[in-house]
Design a binder for this molecule. Structure first.
Ligand code: GAL
Length: 664
């Protein structure tokens, strides 16, 4: 596990003069940068003409940075193929859903499934790995950059034939596909796999199965590219490999990281969106459990391109972000980018120093991060993040289902962040866990917005309940088959029997003025909902107003040592926040959840521990200051002062760390 907290920046020395590089290194030391990420996007510098690869500049740079105590994350340059690979080759380029063929320029312009691209990528990656893979200064690798951030599925001819192969492997026979997709509808019946279109522009919406499966096909192909590249690097290097991703891109992160060594993400959330920032930390911590995650990119002040910009962070926020990340389990906090670009399309982007070599508006904030890093490092290295007892399942596959079927503009990510925020603001330490994570250590599991619940997931969650867990299912969970069709045995398929309910109807509650009540709290209900006949379960939430008065929207059912709670609808607004808090607190108590802190909204507690002590890192994220109630006496880990039980104030963007002796 983490032996050092890294503080890093993306660095593109190939773009600068010798004089600028000298200045960069000097300023990196002043800013407290101890790791640089290099090589990303530099394919045309490394291989100006096809086959003529020269990596001396990068090899020397790694050594040179290290002479100043700066370690390196080496990147593969495949997001930006050089002109010799693309010129006069429209067949190699990415094609979007409208059929537009990308031209050279920008990045991600080539089809990552194109065999020539794959071959040339394998060659350049192998040469880089050979040249620097054995350097002890290369502490990690990053593959490519943000797979599928600008593009989604590709619709070129190469992808078309791979799509047909993928379908054949998945379905075996065309009849099975026809049956699974229900293709008699609108005369979509296929005779052969090679007749199946890519879901390009059509007069109206495509069959849901076609549209979702094309996304899943694309997820698999980009992950295969990552697998292939990682395998090449491993021939020459034992340094761990990652990729920098986000939950915005057209990838299945769980699958991307399956064969990589550690997880990392990029984030450009503004302060007002700090919940989204925390959401990412709580998710990425769980993508690869055996190694700590990295924040690979964040701006020291603002994100920008030629066409847009975000608001610069208020002073102090960057430090709050960094402390929160380290406390929640990150090994590194890194910036994009070190020196402002002088050309390209991102010149206005926030950086640590300007194109003319002077500190930017973010520089002092970066120095503050460094001071905080040094201050907390020994505490972070001697403790580990505490095991969360509350888990929320996150699924990029479900995100794909929502892209196919957004109802009325629903976005999976926003739904999930809002749901997460309700757990966060109630003071529960929580994990967002990928769909296939095991459920060990958890007591309360939420599965919202998971259109398709696989039989493996259902088995795992049922076993979790039988062992004493409480599983809250919904809203919008279980209503679709794996092929993105409707169940024909029961509205929510196999879940219903396990939950002891029968779904009476599913319909959109928006616009019906529906109100539900749970434990004497009433709230408006929203989203496409399921209402239940409780059968063996108990109706604990009932609809009071709307078009199905008296039906249940929340039920609970004992099974083994635990309970299954069906949450058929999403309570909305402030009353909805209250109702969900009631539900959360009630079932957290039933599940015996202990890691619950009394903390004001906008401030967080990141619990950590070792054998002797529990440590709470308390951070104010909203800049308004807040407070935390200490359940017992403790010691201020930063000043050594004794702290009494009761309320402790945390100033705007401030952090405090308290140590509690464990009851031995
Ligand atoms: C990221 C990307 C960087 C840079 C940055 C700007 O998405 O990885 O290369 O473009 O955004 O915010």
């Amino acid at each position: 596990m983490t032996k050092k907290l890294y503080h890093g920046a993306a660095y593109y020395p190939e773009l600068w003069t010798e004089e600028a590089i000298e200045q960069d290194i000097k300023l990196m030391l002043e800013a407290g940068i101890n790791v640089a990420r290099i090589g990303e996007f530099a394919w045309s510098t490394m291989e100006k003409e096809e086959g003529n690869i020269d990596l001396t500049f990068f090899a020397n740079m790694i050594k040179r940075l290290n002479e100043h105590g700066i370690e390196t994350v080496m990147c593969t340059p495949t997001p930006t193929p050089p002109i010799w690979l693309t010129h006069n080759h429209p067949e190699r380029m990415h094609v979007d859903q409208e059929g537009n063929v990308m031209v050279h320029g920008s990045r991600q312009q080539i089809c990552t499934n194109n065999p020539v691209f794959r071959e040339k990528s394998a060659i350049i990656t192998e040469e880089i790995a050979k040249a620097v893979g054995h350097f002890p200064e290369v502490i990690a690798w990053q593959l490519d950059n943000e797979f599928k951030c600008h593009v989604s599925e590709c619709y070129c001819e190469t992808c078309k034939s791979l799509w047909h192969q993928w379908l054949e492997e998945k379905y075996g026979t065309i009849d099975q596909l026809n049956e699974a997709w229900g293709t008699d509808i609108w005369s979509q019946y296929y005779h052969r796999f090679d007749q199946i279109p890519q879901p390009k522009k059509a007069p109206f919406l495509h069959n849901s199965s076609l549209r979702t499966m094309y996304q899943l096909f694309s997820f698999e192909k980009i992950a295969e590219f990552a697998d292939e590249q990682a395998a090449i690097i491993r021939k020459y290097s034992s340094a761990p490999i990652t990729h920098n991703s986000t939950t915005f891109f057209h990838v299945d992160n769980e699958r991307i990281f399956e064969n990589l060594d550690f997880a990392s993400f990029d984030t450009y959330a503004e302060k007002s969106n700090f919940a989204s920032y925390l959401f990412n930390n709580d998710l990425w911590r769980n993508l690869k459990k055996d190694r700590d995650y990295w924040i690979m990119e964040t701006s020291p002040s603002h994100a920008a391109s030629l066409e847009s910009h975000s608001a610069p962070h208020p002073n102090g926020y960057l430090k709050a972000e960094a402390v929160a990340a380290y406390a929640l389990g990150a090994e590194a906090f890194c910036y994009w980018l070190w020196r402002q670009q002088r050309s390209g399309c991102e010149q206005p982007h926030g950086s640590v120093i300007s194109a003319w070599g002077k500190p930017t508006i973010g520089f002092e904030n970066v120095q503050e991060v460094e001071a905080a890093r040094k201050e907390i490092e020994s505490i972070m290295l001697s403790t580990r993040p505490a095991q969360a007892e509350v888990a929320i399942t996150y699924s990029d596959i479900s995100r794909a289902f929502f892209i196919t079927e957004p109802h009325r503009g629903l976005d999976y990510r926003s739904l999930m962040i809002n749901f997460y925020e309700r757990v966060l603001s109630n003071g529960y330490h929580r994990d967002l866990i990928p769909e296939h994570s095991n459920l060990e250590g958890y007591k309360l599991l939420f599965t919202p917005f998971l259109h398709h619940v696989s039989s493996e997931y259902l088995d795992m969650a049922t076993a979790f309940v039988e062992d004493g867990g409480v599983w809250v299912v919904g809203p919008l969970t279980g209503g679709r088959t794996e092929n993105h069709t409707i169940h024909t045995d029961a509205a929510l398929g196999a879940i219903e029997e396990i939950a002891g309910v029968e779904t009476l109807y599913t319909y959109p509650m928006d616009g019906t003025e529906s109100v539900g009540e749970f434990m004497n709290t009433e709230a408006p209900l929203s989203l496409w909902s399921a209402v239940f006949n409780p059968k063996e379960a108990k109706a604990v939430g009932v609809i009071k107003e709307g078009i199905s008065i008296g039906d249940a929207f929340i039920t609970e059912h004992k099974r083994g040592q635990g309970k299954i709670v069906m949450l058929g609808s999403l309570p909305e607004g402030e009353a909805g926040d209250l109702l969900v808090s009631e539900l959360l607190n009630h079932y957290a108590q039933e599940a015996n959840v202990q890691l619950h802190t009394d903390v004001t909204k906008g401030t967080i507690v990141a619990p950590r521990h070792n054998d002797e002590e529990d440590v709470w890192v308390m951070i104010n994220m909203d800049g308004k200051g807040g407070s935390v109630t200490l359940p017992t006496t403790g010691t201020d880990a930063l000043t050594g002062a004794n702290l009494s039980k009761g309320i402790i104030e945390i100033g705007p963007f401030e952090h405090k760390i308290v140590r509690f002796q464990k009851n031995l």
